[in-house]
Design a protein. Structure first.
Length: 325
C-alpha cells in the first residue's frame, strides 16, 4: 500500500487560508456601516426659538383680552346712553305737555303782545307768511311797525355803573316785541358800533345774533360824552332809506349838549317825510332815572325834554323808566 502524506499537509494549509479569508470578510462586514451614504442637501436649517414664539403668543392673548374688555365697556356705555336718551325723551314729552297747557291758559293781553307785528311789506310777508294778521301796531305806547331797528345807547360812566342791568333788560324786552326784523344795528351815543365789522351795514336778525348782543353788553363800553346827538345823526345819515321802515331806540340818562332846539331842527332836516307826511325814521327814547336822587338834575331834565320832542316830531314815543330795579 502506497502512503501519500505530502498531499494531506497541503490540503490543511489551504483550509487555513480559506478560513482566515472568510473571517476577515466577516470582520469587515461587522466594522463597516450598513446602509446608503448620507446625501448632501441644500435645504436651510430652521432655527426655531420656542421661548420667543411663546412670548409673542402671550402678547397676542393679552391684546385679545384688552380688546374684549374695551368692547364690554363700550357696550355698557352704549346701554347707559340709550337709558339717558329714553329719559330725555320722557322729559321732553312732559315739557311739551306742560307747554301746551300753558298755551291754553295764556291771557288775551299776552296773545295780543305776541301777535303785534309790523306793517307788512312784500319782504315781511315772505318772512311771516301771507296769512299773518297784525292785531296791534302799538305796544306800551311804542309803535312797532318798523322792519329795521337801530339802538343808540349811552355808554357813559353813570349809565354803566348804575343802569346797565336795566339797559340789558329793556333792550331784550324791545327785541321781544319784534318777532323778526330785516336788519339790526347797535351803536353808542357817539356813533361807535358794537360790532365794528358790521360798520355801515345791517346785522342779520336771528336768535344767535340776539344772544351775541346780550353777551357783548357785559363788556362793551366805548367812550361817551353823555349826549345822544352824534349817535342819532350817525344812525339817520348812514341808514336812512326811503324804501325802508326804520326805528331808532335811544337809551340814555342825561343830555350834555348846548341846545335842545338845535338838535331837534337838525334831525328834522335829516329825517324827511314821505308822501303821507310821515317821518321815515321813527325815533323812540327810553330814559333811565340815574340822576333822579330826590330831585332830577338839570342834565336829566334836558334829556327828557329833548327826547320827548324828538319822539313827538319823528313818530316815536318817549318812555321814562320809573325804577332801576
Amino acid at each position: 500500500m502506497i502512503k501519500r502524506r505530502g498531499q494531506q499537509e497541503a490540503s490543511l494549509s489551504f483550509l487555513d487560508v480559506i478560513s482566515c479569508g472568510f473571517g476577515a470578510i466577516v470582520l469587515l462586514l461587522i466594522i463597516a456601516p450598513i446602509g446608503e451614504p448620507e446625501k448632501e442637501t441644500d435645504e436651510p436649517v430652521i432655527d426655531v426659538n420656542i421661548s420667543e414664539q411663546q412670548q409673542k403668543l402671550f402678547s397676542l392673548r393679552s391684546d385679545i383680552k384688552n380688546y374684549q374688555r374695551s368692547i364690554t365697556i363700550g357696550e355698557q356705555q352704549l346701554a347707559d346712553l340709550q337709558k339717558r336718551l329714553l329719559l330725555v325723551e320722557k322729559q321732553l314729552a312732559s315739557a311739551k305737555t306742560q307747554l301746551d297747557g300753558k298755551k291754553q291758559s295764556v291771557t288775551p293781553e299776552y296773545l295780543e303782545l305776541q301777535l303785534a307785528a309790523q306793517v307788512l311789506t312784500e319782504e315781511m310777508e315772505r318772512l311771516l307768511g301771507e296769512n299773518y294778521q297784525s292785531k296791534n301796531q302799538v305796544i306800551g305806547g311804542i309803535p312797532v311797525d318798523s322792519e329795521y331797528i337801530i339802538f343808540v345807547i349811552d355808554t357813559s360812566g353813570s349809565m354803566y355803573q348804575s343802569a346797565w342791568p336795566k339797559v340789558k333788560t329793556e333792550l331784550a324786552n324791545i327785541l321781544d316785541i319784534y318777532p323778526q326784523v330785516l336788519g339790526l344795528q347797535i351803536m353808542n351815543d357817539q356813533g361807535d358800533y358794537m360790532f365794528p365789522d358790521s360798520r355801515n351795514q345791517w346785522i342779520t336778525d336771528d336768535p344767535e345774533r340776539r344772544k351775541a348782543i346780550n353777551l357783548k353788553l357785559n363788556t362793551w363800553r366805548p367812550f361817551s360824552n353823555s349826549s345822544p346827538v352824534e349817535g342819532i345823526q350817525s344812525a339817520i345819515s348812514t341808514f336812512y332809506d326811503p324804501n325802508k321802515k326804520i326805528s331808532v331806540y335811544v337809551f340814555g340818562d342825561d343830555f350834555s349838549g348846548r341846545s335842545v332846539r338845535g338838535v331837534v331842527d337838525a334831525v328834522a332836516q335829516m329825517n324827511s317825510t314821505n308822501s303821507s307826511g310821515e317821518r321815515l325814521v321813527r325815533i323812540h327814547a327810553i330814559g333811565f332815572p340815574v340822576h333822579y336822587q330826590g330831585s332830577p338834575g338839570n342834565s336829566a331834565i334836558r334829556f327828557a325834554a329833548l327826547m320827548r320832542e324828538l319822539s313827538n316830531q319823528n313818530g316815536g314815543t318817549f318812555v321814562g323808566i320809573s325804577s332801576l330795579e
